[in-house]
Design a protein around this ligand. Structure first.
Ligand code: ZN
Length: 240
């Protein structure tokens, strides 16, 4: 059975619910690449669901900032406001859970899990150019990453790197290394507002990229009702 790969849920319960409905019956384990909270209006509900259902999790930069493990000085105004609000909302058990999340890279079976990159948990992997000469940092043939909120990833050989177009099913070929980004469940930034996720099948050696529409108006209304910046609600409708 495949693994359900989730990243950057960001407190968006409407998006997570739609993803679980879309993926129902198609997986037997759940892996999460961090940023459970921040931006969205349901941090406690998301952390409680992750605690009860997810098999392996690595921490994201928002998870650290929202529990005071890192400073928000590098965040923009909206991200700072949401981090302060999220910290004020988290109950003690959920806060303690976020504080204990491991940093990536975290090996799981044949995979490595990271939030940002194998070299730095906070690094944004955004272009193939960044990945020239990157092979020594890879601990597995397939590394799962998030953080950029852009579905897809990269294919590497000893000499070159290229972006992966996230359409349908990708075959994992023996001669390549893969950095796979399932995209963001709760705040996609690749101009497709639908929630993003992936299914990884070890037996078939495939990655299936998936998108699913969800009620972004409702998620945005909750963000506004919490008094958070309007931009955080508006961007959900645009996928930016
Ligand atoms: Zn994120």
């Amino acid at each position: 059975m495949p693994f359900l790969i989730l990243s950057d849920i960001h407190g968006n319960l409407e998006a997570l619910t739609a993803v679980l409905e879309d993926a129902r019956g198609r997986y037997d384990r759940i892996l999460c690449l961090g940023d459970l909270v921040g931006y969205g209006a349901d941090p406690n509900a998301i952390v409680e669901w992750v605690r009860a259902n997810v098999d392996v999790v690595v921490r994201g930069n928002h998870d650290k900032v929202c529990v005071g493990l890192d400073s928000a000085e590098h965040f923009n105004h909206a991200a700072q406001a949401s981090a302060r609000w999220t910290e004020s909302q988290l109950n003690a058990e959920n806060r303690a859970y976020l504080e204990r999340l491991p940093r990536g890279p975290l090996p799981y079976q044949s995979l490595d899990l990271v939030h940002g990159s194998p070299a730095d948990e906070d690094e944004y992997l955004q272009s193939a150019y960044q990945l020239q000469g990157y092979l020594p940092f890879l601990g597995a043939q397939v590394t799962l990453f998030g953080h950029t909120h852009v579905q897809g990833g990269f294919l590497l050989t000893t000499r070159a790197a290229a972006p992966i177009s996230p359409r349908g099913v990708l075959d994992i070929e023996p001669d390549y290394y893969y950095l796979i980004n399932p995209g963001s469940v709760g705040q996609p930034r690749d101009r497709d507002p639908r929630a993003a996720y992936a299914l990884y099948c070890e037996e078939e050696r495939t990655v299936e990229y998936r998108r699913v529409a969800y009620d972004a108006h409702r998620a945005g209304a909750k963000i506004r009702a919490a008094g958070l910046p309007d931009f955080l609600a508006a961007r959900l409708l645009e996928g930016i």
